[in-house]
Write a protein that binds this ligand. Structure first.
Ligand code: NAP
Length: 320
C-alpha cells in the first residue's frame, strides 16, 4: 500500500509517498481502508523534528482519519464494511491508504457525516470539548472568547459552545475570516489582524471581559487574555508556538485560572465519554465538521504548508 514516509526531519518536502507493507489487524484491532485523513498542526511540528517529542524514523505522520473496516481482529467489535472514524494508528500514522487501529480508538461514523468530516473529528472535536468543559468548566449563559475560531479546533469549539448555550465571541484573520465565523454561527466575530480588536472584546462584554477564553496562539495573545478576562475567569491554552512575556499580577488581582490542555493527556475512559457526547451532537445536527482545503495524499507537503498559513477555514484533509 502507499503511505507518506518521513526518513529525515525537515520541511514539507521530506513527506514522500512510498510503497510500504500492508499492516494486519491483531486481537482487538481493525484494519481500516482510509478514505480521508485529517491534517493537524502537530503533524508539522513532529515532521520538522522541533516538537517536545520526536518520533523514531522512518515515520508515517497522522492521527485523524475515516474509512471502512476491511478486517476485524479477534474481539474487535466491528465488521468488515463498517464506516468508522479513528484516533491514531496502533503503529505508525494514518497518512496512508490503510491503517491498523485499536478498536477502542475507532468510532462508528454517523451516517450523516462524510469520510472527510469523519477525518475532522478525532483531534479537533475532542480537543475543543476537553478545553471547554474539562479545562474551562464552560457553563450555559457564560461568554466564551474562542481566540482563533476559524481552524479545525476553533470551528469545533464554536459548535460545541453554541450547543451548550454559551455566548460566543470568535476571532479569525481579516474581514473574510470574520464573515466565515458569522457563517458558522459565531455571534460576535472579530478580525485578529485588526489593531484594537482585543478592546472590542471588552466593549462586547460591558467592560467585564469573557469568563472563559480558549486560546489557540498563546505566545501571541496570553498577555492580552490576562488583561481582558473577567474576574475569576478561566483561560485554557490549547495552542502556543513559543514563549511570551506576561504580567502575572493580572492573574493575581482577578483570581484568574490559566490552564494548559493537551489532548495527549486524555485518559481512555475520558476519551470514550467525550466521543459518546460528540455522537449525540452529530446525531442532533448541532455538530457538523467543516472541511476547508483538500489535497491528494501524495501532496501532503502542500497540506502542511497550507495548515501553517493564515486563512484557516475549518479542517484540511488528505485524500488517499
Ligand atoms: P488550524 O486549523 O491551523 O487553525 C489555526 C487557528 O489559529 C486559525 O483559526 C487561525 O486564524 C488562528 N490564528 C492565527 N493567528 C492568530 C492570532 N494572532 N490569534 C488567535 N488565533 C490566531 O489549527 P487547529 O487545528 O485549529 O489548532 C489550533 C492550535 O491548537 C494549533 O497551535 C495546534 O497545534 C493546537 N492544538 C493543540 C492541541 C492540544 O492538545 N493542546 C490539540 C489540537 C491542536 P486565521 O487563519 O483565520 O488567521
Amino acid at each position: 500500500m502507499k503511505a507518506i514516509v518521513v526518513e529525515k526531519f525537515g520541511g514539507p518536502e521530506v513527506l514522500k509517498l512510498k510503497e510500504i507493507p500492508e499492516p494486519r489487524a491483531g486481537a482487538g484491532q481493525v484494519l481500516v481502508a482510509l478514505k480521508a485523513i485529517g491534517v493537524n498542526p502537530v503533524d508539522t511540528y513532529l515532521r520538522a523534528g522541533t516538537y517536545t517529542r520526536k518520533p523514531d524514523l522512518p515515520w508515517t505522520p497522522g492521527t485523524d482519519a475515516a474509512g471502512i473496516v476491511e478486517a476485524a481482529g479477534p474481539g474487535a467489535p466491528f465488521r468488515p464494511g463498517d464506516r468508522v472514524y479513528v484516533y491514531g494508528a496502533a503503529a505508525g500514522g494514518v497518512y496512508a491508504e490503510k491503517a491498523v487501529v485499536e478498536a477502542s480508538r475507532a468510532y462508528p461514523l454517523p451516517g450523516a457525516l462524510s469520510f472527510e468530516q469523519g477525518a475532522a473529528i478525532g483531534v479537533p472535536y475532542a480537543t475543543a470539548h476537553r478545553a471547554l468543559f474539562n479545562g474551562g468548566g464552560a457553563r450555559r449563559g457564560e461568554t466564551v472568547l474562542i481566540h482563533g475560531a476559524s481552524g479545525g479546533v476553533g470551528v469545533a469549539a464554536v459548535q460545541l459552545a453554541l450547543a451548550a448555550g454559551l455566548i460566543v465571541i470568535g476571532t479569525a484573520g481579516g474581514d473574510e475570516g470574520a464573515a466565515f465565523l458569522k457563517s458558522v454561527g459565531v455571534m460576535y466575530a472579530l478580525d485578529h489582524r485588526k489593531p484594537g480588536y482585543v478592546d472590542e472584546v471588552l466593549n462586547l462584554t460591558d467592560g467585564k471581559g469573557p469568563g472563559l477564553i480558549v486560546e489557540m496562539l498563546a505566545n501571541v495573545n496570553l498577555a492580552d487574555d490576562l488583561r481582558i478576562a473577567a474576574q475569576r475567569g478561566h483561560i485554557v491554552i490549547v495552542g502556543s508556538r513559543g514563549p511570551v512575556p506576561i504580567d502575572p499580577r493580572l492573574a493575581m488581582t482577578k483570581d484568574l485560572t490559566v490552564r494548559g490542555m493537551s489532548l495527549a493527556n486524555m485518559t481512555d475512559p475520558e476519551r470514550a465519554q467525550v466521543h459518546a457526547g460528540l455522537a449525540a451532537g452529530f446525531a442532533d445536527g448541532s455538530l457538523k465538521p467543516l472541511i476547508g482545503a483538500k489535497f491528494p495524499l501524495a501532496e501532503a507537503g502542500k497540506a502542511h504548508a497550507a495548515i501553517l498559513a493564515p486563512g484557516a477555514r475549518g479542517k484540511i484533509v488528505l485524500l488517499p
